[in-house]
Ligand binder design. Structure first.
Ligand code: HEM
Length: 161
C-alpha cells in the first residue's frame, strides 16, 4: 500500500528514495580515503523523513571493502523552510542540527553535539545537501579532536529507487 506523503514533507520530497555513490574524506589528523555510500530517505506518512546511511572503504580499483561509518536519524521540516535534524552514530555521538531548505538545497549546522564517555571529541558539524542535476551531493564539515570546523567528507550519489 502506498503511504500518503504528509504535507510537511513537501519541501524535502526531492530526497525520498535510495541513493548510491562514492565520496572522499580526510581531516588533518587522519589519512585521506575514498568511500562508497548508500543513503535512504523514507517516510511513514508522518511529518518526518527517516534517514539512514552506510559506508564502506573504496580501494583504487573501485572495490568496496571494510564497513566505515553508519548513521541514522530523522529530518523534521518546519514552517518557512526551517529544518530540524537528529542523527545518531554508533561511535557514541548524537547530533542535533538546525537548518534551512532552499529549493533543492539543504544547509544545516549543529545546535548540540552530545557524546558518550568514550566517544571522540566531536564538537560541531555542518552539512550541505543538494541536487546536482539528478544526483544527490553533500559536503560535511567537522570540528573534532581540537581542530576547527573543516571538511571531513564530500560525496555524490545516484538515485537507485
Ligand atoms: C560517510 C561518513 C563517514 C565516513 C566514511 C568516515 C570515515 C572516517 C575514517 C576512515 C576515519 C579515519 C579512521 C578512523 O578513525 O576510523 C574517520 C575519522 C573520524 N571521523 Fe569520520 N567518517 C564519516 C562520518 C563522520 C561523522 C558524521 C563524524 C562526526 C559525527 C565523524 C567523526 C570522525 C572523527 C572524530 C574521526 C577521528 C579523527 C581523529 O582521530 O583525529 N566522521 N572517519
Amino acid at each position: 500500500m502506498e503511504t500518503e506523503l504528509h504535507p510537511a514533507l513537501e519541501p524535502v520530497k526531492f530526497l525520498l528514495g535510495q541513493w548510491e555513490g562514492a565520496g572522499v574524506g580526510g581531516y588533518p589528523t587522519i589519512e585521506s580515503f575514498r568511500f562508497g555510500q548508500e543513503i535512504s530517505f523514507s517516510h511513514i506518512g508522518k511529518p518526518f523523513l527517516i534517514y539512514t546511511s552506510r559506508t564502506w572503504r573504496l580501494d583504487d580499483e573501485g572495490n568496496l571493502g571494510m564497513p566505515l561509518a553508519t548513521e541514522s536519524g530523522y529530518w523534521r521540516p518546519q514552517p518557512e523552510g526551517r529544518l530540524e535534524v537528529i542523527i545518531a552514530h554508533p561511535t557514541g555521538i548524537a547530533e542535533i542540527y538546525l537548518g534551512e531548505i532552499t529549493g533543492t538545497r539543504v544547509e544545516m549546522s549543529t545546535d548540540i553535539v552530545a557524546r558518550t564517555e568514550t566517544a571522540k571529541e566531536v564538537t560541531a558539524g555542518k552539512r550541505l545537501y543538494g541536487l546536482i542535476g539528478e544526483d544527490l551531493g553533500y559536503a560535511y564539515d567537522l570540528a573534532a579532536e581540537g581542530q576547527g570546523l573543516q571538511s571531513h567528507l564530500s560525496a555524490q550519489l545516484k538515485r537507485v529507487s
